[in-house]
Design a protein around this ligand. Structure first.
Ligand code: C5P
Length: 232
């Protein structure tokens, strides 16, 4: 039986957030951002294993995430980019026999700690065994402007059929490994690597609450989301 494995890249430094430590280790409502994220997956009945990818010189995880769980694997093989951290994490899981090529891998940003469990279920059910895989995403709601060099509007871009990609992004492990073995320049998410091979990942309705903690002002919204909501 194919398993579903969540892979959480958490080896970034979070420069734009500027907290003096990586943003995944900021504490919100009594728990670090990373601990909130790991718990969403550890508590989901359709996830068989959760693997977190840390920087090799991470000094925060042990004290910041006091989680003991037989389904949690900690990998200290983060790379210089998100894509490299994901690629190294997949290679490590396969080498250690913790995943097989036919298992489904769900890659999720550590900094998206408000993912509603029902959105995760929606992705798993919509993608199923589709060989193209799929991602959570939301149709663009705002009018889009392209700027000129002086930050004035140069044109209005049609938002027709434009979606904003979120995570998790779900693929067969062997396919994602192959997709990420072909050079990582310009790869900002897993789907873009898989598209390069000619596959067409499915777009599954995401959730506005699944925001990525990026700028200092996001912390306020995340705090509200984590203290509210029927799903947690
Ligand atoms: O910086 P950004 O928000 O785009 O990072 C998205 C996710 O990728 C975060 O969870 C971050 O920790 C992770 N990442 C990583 N290795 C890097 C850079 C980012 O695992 N070298």
């Amino acid at each position: 039986m194919n398993r579903r494995i969540a892979l959480i890249p958490a080896a970034g430094v979070g420069e734009r957030f500027g907290a003096g430590k990586p943003k995944q280790y900021v504490e919100i409502n009594g728990k670090t951002v990373l601990a909130h994220t790991l718990d969403i997956f550890l508590q989901h009945a359709q996830i068989d294993r959760v693997a977190v990818v840390l920087s090799p010189d991470d000094v925060f995880f042990q004290t910041a995430c006091r989680i003991r769980h037989d389904r949690l694997t900690v990998l200290r093989c983060g790379g210089i980019s998100r894509a490299e951290s994901v690629r190294n994490g997949i290679d490590a899981l396969l080498q250690q026999g913790l995943a097989s090529g036919s298992d489904r891998i769900l890659v999720h940003d550590a900094a998206r700690c408000c993912l509603p469990p029902e959105a995760l279920t929606r992705l798993i059910e919509a993608v199923g065994d589709d060989e193209n895989g799929g991602i959570l995403a939301i149709p663009v709601a705002d009018t889009l402007k392209r700027a000129d060099a002086d930050k004035r509007t140069a044109e209005t871009v049609s938002r027709e059929r434009l979606w904003q990609a979120q995570t998790p992004q779900m693929f067969q492990t062997a396919l994602l490994q192959r997709a990420l073995s072909g050079g990582l320049d310009g790869i900002t998410d897993e789907a873009s690597a898989v598209e390069r091979l000619g596959f067409k990942p499915r777009l599954v309705q995401g959730d506005v609450r699944n925001l990525k903690l990026t700028l200092p002002q996001d912390e306020h919204i995340v705090r509200l989301l984590l203290s509210d909501g029927p799903s947690r």
